[in-house]
Design a binder for this molecule. Structure first.
Ligand SMILES: [Zn+2]
Length: 238
């Protein structure tokens, strides 16, 4: 194989290892981010429940004021009963008292229902707060673990990058620049093998004449379709 190609493929091997290391780091980080999102969701749930309680409590206080007012009104009507003369007036007052008592009873029922609902919601908040506490502790532990893992991965990356610098020096600036550019725009693959006349980068057939040259000559060409640097190396089929 052409010496330049040998060095290029070695460089690409190192680059792929660095790519792999980068995705390892991303995966670690993504798992952590996911947990942070879950924790934020838990916090939002607690806030929603608290808002619900606040709304209910406000409703309860309004009802309590109304009940107190209505009870005063009922008492007032009751004392007025002593003064009325006619049966008609009495009937009217009695109805008013009856209605007032009924309304008070209804509202008291609502107040009890609200208190029960608030009790349920408070328990729910308590449960979520406990979970939040546990999850926060876990996330902190996990963050520490991931940090250590990423540090260790980064040490491996540094070693690979050092290797890369040394390997890159073995190539002429022009071909290195071309390769780097191809890698950037061609999915991390700059130099590719051609098997059976097919570019292993874009999987398009190359012209037979060019393929013949590639087989015979110790040279390399650019793929006419994807422009990647092509070489030919037979692959043992086991
Ligand atoms: Zn191609």
């Amino acid at each position: 194989m052409n010496e330049e190609i040998v060095q290029l493929t070695l460089l690409q091997k190192i680059d792929h290892e660095i790519d792999g290391i980068d995705s390892e780091i991303n995966e670690e980080q993504a798992a952590l981010d996911q947990k942070s999102v879950e924790l934020a969701d838990r916090e939002a749930t607690i806030e929603t429940l608290q808002t619900k309680i606040e709304t209910l409590e406000k409703e309860r206080r309004t009802l309590e004021v109304e009940v107190a007012d209505e009870m005063v009104h009922v008492k007032d009507r009751q004392s007025k009963m002593m003064q009325v003369q006619t049966g008609r007036e009495q009937t009217a007052l009695l109805k008013e008292i009856e209605d007032g008592k009924k309304s008070v009873k209804e509202k008291e029922g609502k107040i009890v229902a609200i208190m029960e609902e608030v009790e349920g919601l408070t328990a729910e908040i308590e449960e979520n707060k406990n979970l939040f506490k546990g999850e926060t502790e876990l996330l902190m532990e996990e963050t520490e673990k991931v940090k250590k893992a990423i540090d260790s991965i980064n040490r491996r990356k540094k070693a690979q990058e050092k290797k890369r610098v040394a390997q890159a020096k073995k190539l002429k600036p022009a071909i290195l620049k071309k390769y780097d550019n191809l890698r950037k725009h061609r999915n991390g693959l700059g130099v590719v093998n051609v098997l059976g006349g097919v570019c292993q980068g874009c999987f398009m057939a190359i012209p037979p004449q060019q393929y013949n040259l590639l087989l015979r000559a110790d040279k390399h060409f650019d793929c006419p379709t994807c422009q990647r640097i092509m070489y030919h190396q037979p692959v043992d089929e086991e």
